[in-house]
Write a protein of this length. Sequence first.
Length: 220
Amino acid sequence: MSRFAPEHLTPEQIEEQSAVYGPFTQAVRDLVDAAIRTELGGDDIRAAQAAVEAVTARLREREIEGALGVTFSEDGVGRPWGNAVIGLRNAVAPPLVVEKAEDGSRVWSQFHLGAAYEGPPGCVHGGVASLVLDQMLGQAAGAGGRPGMTATLQVHYRKPTPLGPLRAEAWIERTEGHKTWARGELTGPEGLCVEAEGLFILPRWAREPADAETRPGFFE
Ligand SMILES: CCCCCCCC(=O)SCCNC(=O)CCNC(=O)[C@H](O)C(C)(C)COP(=O)(O)OP(=O)(O)OC[C@H]1O[C@@H](n2cnc3c(N)ncnc32)[C@H](O)[C@@H]1OP(=O)(O)O
């Protein structure tokens, strides 16, 4: 784990950062969607390219080395803002906002996948469906107090998943020591599209007391 660090920010500072970076990242997602779907060409695209390159150069004037990692505050709440599925600062992430049952028995999310996630024409790429379910199953394990990393993931594609509004849900199936088996499904407006089951294992480094302080943020 290269970046996995405590961060001493107040809730207000976190709120402030989220209010700045959240809308900015959404604007970048819109840019990606527009770049895929625009019918402009020639000089318009060359001008757009120059404008995008100028913004990129400006952002790179001050940047961290490597990826964002997961930071966590003193209460142990993690901020996985770089995460490819739920990251508030990751324009590649749809992003999913994952809700949890109060008793931790399930997690679910309603979200939208547009042109950036296409595989078969008009449908979600199979790898993207798998990505979403990996995250959801992992979060189900975490929500049930059984955090772990994906050791295995089996994905069953029942029917093509249309781009557009979708719902994913996941829950813990059974547990055994540091192993947790979770299941989940991805549904579209016409019903079930993809099912997955996976084994999540709390890694040795997180099971050992010496590393216990790194546990909360990573697995939030
Ligand atoms: C916000 C949170 C949601 C996160 C969701 C996102 C999920 C992810 O993307 S995680 C990233 C993808 N996964 C990975 O990169 C994991 C890479 N693998 C690893 O880190 C390790 O191999 C890991 C964690 C699976 C096991 O590590 P560790 O526990 O240290 O290994 P070890 O102690 O040897 O094995 C523990 C047990 O698991 C078993 N095991 C280990 N790997 C596997 C495997 N791939 N399949 C089946 N069993 C396995 C071992 O046989 C052993 O079993 P037992 O205790 O019964 O003898």
